[in-house]
Each structure stands twice: as structure tokens, then as C-alpha cells.
Design a protein around this ligand. Sequence first.
Ligand SMILES: *Cc1c(COP(=O)(O)O)cnc(C)c1O
Length: 496
Amino acid sequence: MNYISTRDKSVKATAAEAIARGISDDGGLFVPDSFPHFDREDFKKISQLDYVGRAKYVLKYFLNDFTDEEIDRCVKGAYIGSFEDDKPAPISVIGKNANVLELWHGPTCAFKDLALQLLPYLLTVSAHKVSSGRKTVILVATSGDTGKAALEGFKDVPDTEIIVFFPSDGVSPMQKLQMESQKGKNVHVCAIKGNFDDAQTGVKKIFTDSAVKQKLADNNMQFSSANSINWGRLAPQIVYYVSAYCDMLERGEDYLKDGFNIVVPTGNFGNILAAYYAKKIGVPVNRLICASNANNVLTDFIRTGTYDRNRKFFTTISPSMDILISSNLERMLFELCGNDDAKVREMQASLAKDGKFTVNEEVKNRFDELFWAGCCDDSATLETIGGLFDEYGYLCDTHTAVAMNVYKQYVETTGDDRPTVIASTASPYKFAKSVLSAVSDRESNDEFGNVRLLSEVTSTAVPAPIAALESAEVRFNDICGRDEMLSAVYKSLGIE
Ligand SMILES: *Cc1c(COP(=O)(O)O)cnc(C)c1O
């Protein structure tokens, strides 16, 4: 197996090259040119394993030039000791068929930890194989959760520097504090005046600028990415869908006889893409349900076949999904266009130039077979949190609530009530103010006051990493313009 670029499939790379480089020189994203297929026997075997074993079993196929020892070391380093009870992806069952896959029991209380605890290990091994001796510079654009999870994963990793850009008014106070208080000698954090798309576009531009690349090379450095454009972010996410399937298998043959659905609260399309890859390697997924907030560019795309980012951008209470350009959709398009790189180039060029593109009838039909899409606004999100808590005593965050709301829409519209996995992407305590307002009339004007009230009102425990933030010291408060990002990078690296 090799990795190929979505914009030029003659470009080939090993896993280590794909991970070390992050993005292909042509601006395309790396994807595997073939996939393993797991059968019943495989899944039976995988079911017997703990999370570390499951991760090793699945990842072996995608890390084609890693040795077994390297995979073992990476996976153990990532998943032992950093998640509550060493269970990175437990399921809470609500009612009969809603399996809430809680992906937020890691160090930063969001699902990004599942990938970003592992990525630094993968990247270190990859960089060593590909270009020993060079320092790796991780550039991150974040809508809130990636930044913190990447900082936490990469802090004090030898031979790396990490620089994170976040939209100054586009993240929650808790997310902001998490990043600005980050410890570590190799970490840099900078707010930008703009939204997430501005941050992401800026980072992509820096990445693919050959003069910048040369300047780094002259200083014995090279860029890589911790955003979900990096294959090393996606592969670990496939694992938890396989793991969820294995956990559900324990409930008997009958439970999953018609397969199951997966609902994912979606922003950059990384998490739902991983769910698609899980289906592709043999997990019996029926339908992938794409849930969006008021920034519903994906809902419209999946329903109509036209992707159009020329629309109002909303700042919502589920900020990690406030995105109008979903980078990983490019991988899905490549897949559903039958690996037609020319078509992908055309669509991406049209997106860059006019902010939109339309897929043909055939591709649209393939999307229809696989996906269903829905969206909800902030008030429906809050109602969903309140309703779930009243009815089931289950407390979820704003992103998960968007997924739960769309799941309900799906069942009502289609009548399909088969078992469903709902990706729960963040702890409710990361968005304490909004969540509290959904379950109580009480409120504090202080972020940690809201955290305490939420705990009191719902009798749930404050996650330790959130509690620890209250006394954390702010280390970073830089803010720069959209066109000052490059100089911020040079300054952080000391190569002005
Ligand atoms: C990143 C994030 C999302 C969106 O995930 P994508 O992979 O970008 O689609 C949803 N919810 C939370 C809490 C997140 O941090």
C-alpha cells in the first residue's frame, strides 16, 4: 500500500512520508491507494483486545513502513496513562439504540485527544525515517479543540516546535484559557484577527510557499501539520469506530443484524471521514449522518450536490464546528469520484476561485447512498441538552447536542431506528456556560463559577484537567492580523 495525493495520484508516499509532510506539495491530501478488509474473524479477534490492542491491529495496515515495535511503542505511549480509566472511547447507552461514544476522557476533554495523543509519536518516528536531523515545526490552525490537544500532545517532544493560531473571538473562554496557559518549552500560541477559515487558509498558504519552505530548510527545520489534513490524525480516528463496533457486538448477534448508523457533529469533515473509512474496511455501517450547526454548508452540499461557502458565517455555541471550508471533504470527493484527481483539482480550483463547486449526478448519487445530513441552530441545541438531561439524566456538550438533535430528525424523517453510534466530541464542562443555561436558571458571571454550578445542578464531576485550569497562569496573549501570521511564525522560531 502507498499514499497518493488527491490532486495528483502519480505522487506516491509511504506512511512515514505522508505523516512527516502533512500535505502534498501540489496542495492535495494524502490518502491510501488501497484499504484492508476485515471480516467477522478479524472483528472477533479485535473484540478480545483492549483499546491498545485494537489500535495496533487496525493501524498496522495503515502504517505500512512502521515496524511492529514502533507501532507498539507509539500506541502504548499515546493510550496508556492519559485517558480516564485507560478507556479512551467508552459508550453510554441512552434508551434502546443510542450509543453515545464518549471521546472526551483525555487530557483536553475533547475527541481530538484520541488522535493528537498518538500523532506526536507517529510524527517523531516518521521524521526520523524521512529526514533525520531536521527539527519538525508543527503549524496548527484551530477552531478551539485541536490547538489545545496538539499543544498537549507535542509539548516538550524533542526536536519539535509547535505554533498554534486561533481566531481571537471564535473560541470559548475555556478553550482560550486552555491554550493560553499551555506549558512546555517548545510551544507558541497566537490569536488572529479573523475566523477559523482565515486561520486555516493562512496556515495552508505558509505551508505550501516554497520560499518559506526553503528558509526553514536553511535553518535545518521543516513544517508538518497536526490538523486533520495530516493522515496521522485520521488513522487513529478509524480505530474508535472499530472499537465501538466491537463493544456493541458484545450485546449479541441480533443487535447489529442490520448494521448501525453513525452520527457525527461535523466541522472539517475529519471525524466523519474516519467513520467512512471504518465502513470501507468492513465495519457494517449503514448510514453516515452528518450533523452541522447554523454553519450548514455541508447539509446543503449533501442535500443538493452544490458546495457553496458564499454565505454568512455564524459564531455559535458549538464553535469547533464553525467552519465553512471543510478540508477533509476533499478526501471524500476523491473517493466518490473514483480516485479522479483531475476532477478533484477542478473542484478545488473552483472552490478557491468562486467559493463553490457542484458534483455531477453520479457522484451526488453516491453521496446519497452513504450520507444523510441535517443541522440545527443554537436554541435547538440548548433544547436538546435540556431535554436529554430531563429525560435520561444524561449531560452532553453543545457539539454532541447538535448530533443528538440531527439524529432525532433522521429517525423522524426516515423511520430508521436501528442502533446508532453518536460521536460525543467534548466534555460538557468545556462549554459550561451554555450547557448550564440549558439545564438551569442559575448562572455565574465567572467561567469557573459556571463550572461549579453545573456540577452542583447536575451532580456530575468536573473533569480534573478543567478543574486544574482555574489556577493556571496565562503565558501567551499575542494577537496578530491575518497577514502577519508568517512573521509570527518566524518570530516564534527565532529566524526573523
Ligand atoms: C473538531 C471538533 C468537531 C468537528 O470535527 P471534524 O473532524 O473537524 O469534523 C466537533 N466537535 C468538537 C468538540 C470538536 O472539537
